[in-house]
Design a protein around this ligand. Structure first.
Ligand SMILES: *Cc1c(COP(=O)(O)O)cnc(C)c1O
Length: 397
């Protein structure tokens, strides 16, 4: 049964992912089940998407209600759930206006277009360059890919979109040196996700903000992975005492439903006017309803953010213990909240397979980093189980 599905999957679906031989059919909270009935504890969480766990009842019910009311109308009209979602995001952020789209890459595309347009609107026709960092990941569309500082994703797709300069993450001098009269913005993930959870060094983001102010550059923070409570605060930038000019969001925003957003300060947002940028499905009633319920549930009584902080610390502490026992396999543990990486001294794909065979799903990124991005509702008991399974696998033959 499962084998037949996997054969069909390989036959009909383009081979863009190295998929594990598991067909997932159903999910509840921290658990998912495969088509042959096997149960898994999910520490991948759709890679930081399922922030409230799978099929959170409040999200499901609000979607059912909205599906009966209105599925889609054009952005030529005002849309109730879109208005409410924008208000929630703006009230909770340093930004003033929202633009909605359907994914992280699209949110970053919108940000890239907006900073270029803003420079032109302010009389500088040749100010278009955006500085980004090595190891960054901003998505797979051509401009977002060109912005990303990882050649392995860009290979074969040249010519890339011009106008991006890459500098080492955490190197403020290199950033300053790369500024020219053509530079219009700096674009960063506050914590680099895809490359293996790389933390900003002490004071780095504050210095980046100051450099942007000094040189009249806009600061785009890509919070596609770090946003929506993932790091223990609603936005990651809140940890660093800075305000970006533009924030991009996606992944966790819809609690499992596809939606992206770009938030911007009023003066910057002014550069988008009718005809400058658009999206057919951006801000559609269904996706916005999922996002409204996700945000309201996430912030309801502070419980979930609090849990994210406590469980994040608990996970880090236990992984550090594991590192003491297996110093030759585990190189470093990094992270904040429930965005945690464990760098190994060897490739980790095989470990992920062995862990899955024991009923726990984890992710391997950047070749040798185990990434843990579980739903923010994870419990101590579930973390204990993960650690036991990791111990089993590291200690095994
Ligand atoms: C996942 C991710 C993206 C891309 O999002 P998609 O929805 O896959 O387009 C962009 N930026 C960051 C930081 C991400 O983690």
């Amino acid at each position: 049964m499962e084998k037949k599905l996997i054969d069909e999957s390989r036959k009909y679906i383009m081979n863009t992912y190295n998929r594990f031989p598991i067909v997932l059919r159903k999910g509840r909270g921290m658990k998912v089940w495969s088509s042959d009935g096997k149960e898994y504890l999910d520490f991948v969480g759709g890679i930081a998407v399922n922030c409230l766990g799978h099929c959170h009842p409040k999200v499901v019910i609000s979607l059912q209600k909205q599906a009966q009311r209105l599925l889609h109308v054009s952005n030529l009209y005002h849309i109730e759930p879109q208005i409410k979602l924008a208000r929630l995001l703006i009230e909770r952020s340093c930004a003033d206006k929202a633009f909605f789209c359907n994914s992280g890459a699209e949110a970053n595309e919108a940000a890239i277009k907006l900073v270029r347009k803003y420079a032109k609107d302010h009389g500088v026709s040749d100010k278009y360059e955006i500085i980004t960092t090595h190891g960054s990941f901003h998505g797979r569309t051509l401009a977002a890919l060109s912005a990303s500082g990882q050649e392995k994703f860009q290979k074969g797709f040249e010519p890339l979109v011009p106008g991006f300069k890459h500098v080492p993450f955490n190197d403020i001098e290199a950033l300053v040196k790369s500024i020219t009269r053509h530079t219009c913005a700096v674009m960063l993930e506050p914590i680099q996700g895809e490359i293996g959870i790389k933390m900003p060094s002490e004071g780095y983001l504050k210095k980046v903000r100051k450099v942007c102010d000094d040189y009249n550059l806009l600061l785009i923070l890509d919070e596609v992975q770090t946003g929506m409570g993932r790091t223990g605060k609603f936005f990651a930038y809140e940890h660093f005492d800075i305000e970006p000019d533009i924030i991009t969001l996606a992944k966790g925003l819809g609690g499992g439903v596809a939606i992206g957003a770009m938030l911007a300060k009023e003066a910057v947002a002014q550069s988008f006017q009718p005809g400058t940028h658009a999206s057919t499905f951006g801000g559609n009633p269904l996706a916005c309803t999922a996002a409204i319920t996700t945000i309201e549930t996430l912030l309801e009584d502070g419980f979930i953010l609090d849990n994210c902080n406590r469980m994040g610390k608990y996970l880090l502490k236990n992984l550090e213990k594991l590192k003491k026992d297996y110093p030759s396999v585990i190189a470093e543990i990094r992270g904040i909240g429930l965005m945690v990486g464990m760098e190994l001294t060897k490739p980790c794909a095989n470990i992920v397979t062995l862990v899955a065979e024991k009923g726990v799903l984890i992710n391997c990124t950047s070749g040798n980093v185990l990434r843990f991005t579980p739903p923010l509702i994870v419990t101590e008991k579930e973390i204990d189980h993960l650690i036991e399974v990791l111990e089993d696998v590291f200690g095994g033959p």
